[in-house]
Design a protein around this ligand. Structure first.
Ligand SMILES: Cc1cc2nc3c(=O)[nH]c(=O)nc-3n(C[C@H](O)[C@H](O)[C@H](O)COP(=O)(O)OP(=O)(O)OC[C@H]3O[C@@H](n4cnc5c(N)ncnc54)[C@H](O)[C@@H]3O)c2cc1C
Length: 385
């Protein structure tokens, strides 16, 4: 028997649940499909959310494990440390957070179907094939919001482009005493991105890294400095280089499925939810006026680009520069940046979700003159290579 919905959302991560909740609240009939039996599992995240990212989730503090107020960027010979003296980010249990967002979608009236995989699509006829706990089914929709994460199956089936880069991430939770107020960043542990140590309270920390090549070897080397009492292991992918086109007939793509994570940090919860809510607003309009063609849905593209597009662009340029910076140059940049005036600037203007403003201010700051030379050298290298 055919089932019919105004909106089908594929993927019950933060982006999918936020989209489903918003559409259901707007009075649309909504089906949220998730291939896993439990929302939020397996966890593929370090769980570090800025205060504004956490606010975007609209959840209770039940998932919060710890709060942090500063960071320490460290290499073998240089350290830059700063502390805002107030909470700048939450460390959360992503499984609990995602589950709470799923409950919110259900409470708003979205139907949730777990253990169900969306595997085929006829987007011109607005039909999705799924298989799972109810067997094989064809589901009809007016609008489909693809929030299906890094694999981005729906976008590929609709002929949309792919991300430009895929980062691999590995992480363990382990017993490790560290400053509970600060996240530690290790740029040279993974020269294509960085390694991290995030305090999660009770004498434990989350040790992880993202990179592009030989990530497992680099991670094992990094991890060997932190003992062997691992209790959680996380592996995942972060697509970067946001899709050039995020709409097709009846379809809008949001979150990791559209490679919307911030290329400077890999954080994708804030941007994914922001985009998902734009998609939900456009889906509501589309159902209202019965227009689901790409020209109409391109309003979604304009909305998310107007909101987070510039940050993602600047972030991707910074990510490309980062690929050219050698380990010695990284040491030099960190020592230049550890001057008190730069640390003040970071505390004043640092915004994990919108790092563009800080990056621009840093590049214009007189104390960064020496670092400017390094950036210039790396820029020339990137042109020559
Ligand atoms: C190691 C690591 C650390 C990270 N740390 C952070 C961090 O500290 N802070 C932060 O903000 N971000 C972090 N991220 C990124 C963050 O986890 C993602 O950006 C975020 O989860 C994206 O949300 P989403 O809803 O778009 O996709 P996802 O959370 O990936 O959700 C997609 C959902 O779709 C489901 N699905 C996929 N395909 C189908 C299908 N065909 N049918 C049905 N269901 C399907 C999946 O099971 C999944 O539940 C990290 C990522 C990694 C890998």
């Amino acid at each position: 028997m055919d089932r019919n919905y105004d909106v089908v959302v594929v993927g019950a991560g933060p982006a999918g649940s936020a989209a489903a909740e918003s559409c259901a609240k707007a009075g649309l009939s909504v089906l949220l499909i998730e291939e896993q039996a439990h929302i939020g599992v397996p966890v593929q995240c370090a769980g570090l959310l800025s205060c504004s990212a956490f606010d975007e989730c609209r959840v209770s503090t039940r998932s919060v494990l710890n709060t942090v107020s500063g960071a320490m960027v460290t290499t073998e010979n240089a350290t830059l440390s700063f502390d805002a003296g107030k909470t700048k980010a939450y460390v959360v249990d992503r499984a609990l957070l995602d589950q709470e967002m799923g409950y919110a979608a259900a409470d708003a009236g979205a139907e949730i179907q777990l253990k169900t995989l969306a595997y085929a699509l006829d987007h011109h006829r607005h039909r999705l094939q799924v298989r799972g706990q109810r067997g094989l089914e064809e589901i009809r929709y007016r609008v489909l919001i693809a929030a299906d994460g890094p694999r981005a199956t729906i976008g590929r089936m609709a002929g949309l482009p792919r991300a430009l880069v895929y980062l691999s991430g590995l992480q363990c939770d382990l017993a490790y005493e560290t400053d509970q107020n600060k996240v530690a960043i290790y740029p040279n542990a993974s020269p294509e991105f960085f390694g991290w140590v995030i305090p999660i309270g009770d004498g434990r920390a989350r040790v992880g890294m993202c990179g592009i090549t030989n990530v497992r070897e680099k991670f094992e080397r990094f991890l060997s400095g932190f003992g062997s009492q691992h209790v959680q292991f996380v592996s995942g992918t972060i697509p970067l280089g946001t899709l050039k086109n995020t709409v097709a007939e009846g379809i809008m793509v949001a979150g990791d499925a559209a490679a919307m994570a911030k290329p400077t940090s890999g954080g994708g919860v804030y941007t994914g939810i922001r985009a998902a809510r734009h998609a939900a607003a456009v889906a509501t309009l589309a159902c209202d006026v019965e227009r689901t063609d790409p020209a109409f849905l391109s309003a979604y593209e304009s909305r998310w680009r107007g909101d987070i597009g510039k940050e993602l662009k600047i972030g991707y340029a910074a990510f490309k520069y980062r690929q050219q910076i050698t380990q010695t140059e990284m040491e030099q940049i960190i020592s230049v940046m550890s001057s008190p005036d730069i640390r003040d600037l970071i505390v004043q203007k640092g915004d994990m979700d919108r790092p563009g403003r800080l990056l621009q201010s840093l590049l214009l700051h007189p104390s960064m003159y020496r670092a400017g030379g390094i950036f210039l050298r790396s820029a020339i290298r990137s042109i020559i290579r």
